[in-house]
Ligand binder design. Structure first.
Ligand SMILES: Nc1ncnc2c1ncn2[C@@H]1O[C@H](COP(=O)(O)OP(=O)(O)OP(=O)(O)O)[C@@H](O)[C@H]1O
Ligand SMILES: [Mg+2]
Length: 495
């Protein structure tokens, strides 16, 4: 296949840190090209440079053999280059349709907002990605998985010849991801090229033709996917041998009295949810996008009004009406959307870590002494602890958010997709930390769209379907098939 795009000798420095040092990439027409590397390796920076949203310090880009200058996203769009950013760039207060048409060269703007035309334009692409929401709904009302689909619809609507996808499935459930792969397959057949950034090896091996591995801003290798193995790619990424298979937690432990009892919990989204969480237990929370996983976290953390049912903490009735009240009850929440609900992007890494634990000056200094070893434990990579958190790579931002809760150390913690955007090596560290929390007698709720992760880390798995409990499995009896069947509503609501 002829070459569509080539980037050569691309360098980009932020202060004293090289994000890229002479990196390059060659993408053929109709090729799906994986871009791999550990957190902070430079993947997003390279994608942004090709999409015109970051200017390189040096380097050259060729499109169909001719040198091009991509100074801004409009230049990229003109060449037919679209991007789905890792940290989505949608406007929450605008509708889905407006987000798709703004700055979109394929849509002729008329100087006023014509919703009927916007709907007409967006309908086909929204159908194609399977969003199942109208163009007039606000983006702010969408869970992040659906917002990801809006970003995908936007990229598709631009008739791009090359689409850069930066961790597009990080917040998608398996069914939405499967649909994305169908869309990618159709794009490939029509000759569109895709640069696919992901930490998920199974995806790379399912859809990609070649893979380029970055380490510390340099290209380590480009491999034919058909002629390599996940282990070989991981070795190239991390520069050492790494075992990615861990033992599952053994069958249910004999738990003492529950730490948290939820009975008949009903909110805007949830209906009649009942379960116990014991000290030392990791309770997995599974379900498709929109099933109510995140809403369960929101209800426990005082972010959502409780309409019915009861929450008890150590046997006493508890009313988490606000995050502050939830924290006083010893409940913490690592939110799914780190950008909207979690991190203060302009504040420093250290401030973001200590913000929840801080109460007064004396404790603050003690906390600052505690953060260094915490960052080491998480292998968090940052230019400095006083750098704004926005300067961290996506995976390292996620680690900063996790560090916050490790510092607060609540008895009950709801982790909503904690390994989202985390590289394969660091993932093992996070699983280890979840195990350590449980071993220390904490109660952990682990919501995840990755079933292997749930199976690996949980003692029991609660499956939600449309806000209701579809099943509760012991780790020993759970399988991906059983969880999927329950999550998709194929099992009667009998509990
Ligand atoms: N705006 C910025 N200011 C300062 N440093 C930055 C900025 N953006 C990126 N960096 C740094 O550049 C390096 C590469 O970051 P990049 O986001 O490209 O990594 P990545 O490979 O996409 O990682 P991840 O898997 O975590 O998303 C990191 O060290 C990061 O801290
Ligand atoms: Mg990135």
């Amino acid at each position: 296949m002829p070459e569509l795009l080539r980037a050569e000798s691309i360098s980009k420095r932020y202060g004293g840190v090289y994000a890229l040092q002479g990196a390059g990439l060659s993408v053929a027409e109709g090729e799906i090209h994986a871009l791999l590397g550990e957190n902070g390796a430079g993947k997003s920076t390279l994608a942004k440079i090709i999409a015109g949203s970051v200017r390189p310090d040096s380097g050259r880009i060729f499109f169909r053999g001719a040198p091009v200058s991509i100074r801004n996203p409009r230049d990229a769009q003109r060449l037919g280059i679209g991007i789905i950013y890792q940290e989505l760039d949608l406007f929450p207060n605008l509708t889905i349709g407006e987000n798709i048409v703004i700055g979109n060269r394929s849509f002729q703007e008329k100087g006023f907002v014509d919703f009927a035309r916007i709907e007409f334009f967006c309908g086909p692409v929204l159908d194609r990605v399977g969003l199942g929401r109208g163009a007039r709904e606000l983006v702010a009302s969408l869970p992040i998985g659906q917002a990801q689909l809006v970003a995908l619809a936007r990229a598709l609507s631009m008739d791009a010849r090359l689409i850069l996808m930066d961790e597009p499935t990080s917040a998608l459930s398996d069914d939405a991801a499967a649909r994305l792969f169908d869309v990618i397959g159709a794009l490939k057949r029509s000759g569109v090229s895709i640069v696919y950034v992901s930490h998920k090896m199974d995806e790379i091996f399912r859809i990609c033709d070649r893979a380029t591995v970055l380490r510390d801003g340099r290209v380590i290798a480009t491999e034919e996917v058909a002629h390599t193995t996940p282990e070989a790619l991981i070795r190239l990424m991390v520069g050492r041998e790494l075992s990615t298979t861990g033992d599952r937690l053994s069958s249910p432990v004999n738990f003492p009295a529950p730490l948290l009892s939820v009975s008949h919990l009903t909110t805007r989204k949830l209906r009649d949810v009942t379960f116990d969480l014991h000290p030392g237990e990791v309770l997995g929370v599974a379900g498709l996008v929109g099933a109510g996983r995140s809403e369960l976290g929101a209800a426990l953390f005082g972010l959502d009004r409780i309409r019915g049912g009861e929450i008890r903490v150590r046997g006493a009735a508890a009313h988490p009406r606000s995050p502050a009240a939830a924290m006083r009850l010893g409940i913490g929440l690592l939110p799914e959307d780190r950008k909207l609900e979690g991190l203060m992007m302009d504040m420093s890494v250290a401030e973001n870590t200590t913000i929840a634990a801080s109460r007064g000056l004396i404790r603050r200094t003690r906390e600052e002494a505690a953060i260094e070893p915490l960052y080491a434990r998480l292998a968090l990579r940052s230019p400095s602890w006083s750098a704004p958190v926005s300067a961290l790579s996506g995976g390292n931002q996620q680690k900063a958010l996790l560090a916050r809760w490790l510092l607060v150390n609540p008895d009950i913690v709801f982790l909503d997709d904690p390994a989202r955007g985390i590289d394969v090596g660091a993932k093992q560290d996070i699983y280890r930390i979840i195990g350590e929390l449980a071993a220390a007698g904490k109660g952990v709720l682990l919501a995840s769209s990755e079933l292997p992760e749930l199976l690996r880390c949980s003692h029991r798995i609660l499956v939600l379907n449309e806000g209701r409990m579809a099943a509760m499995f012991d780790a020993a009896e759970a399988t991906q098939e059983k969880i999927m069947a329950a999550a998709s509503g194929a099992v009667a609501h009998d509990r």
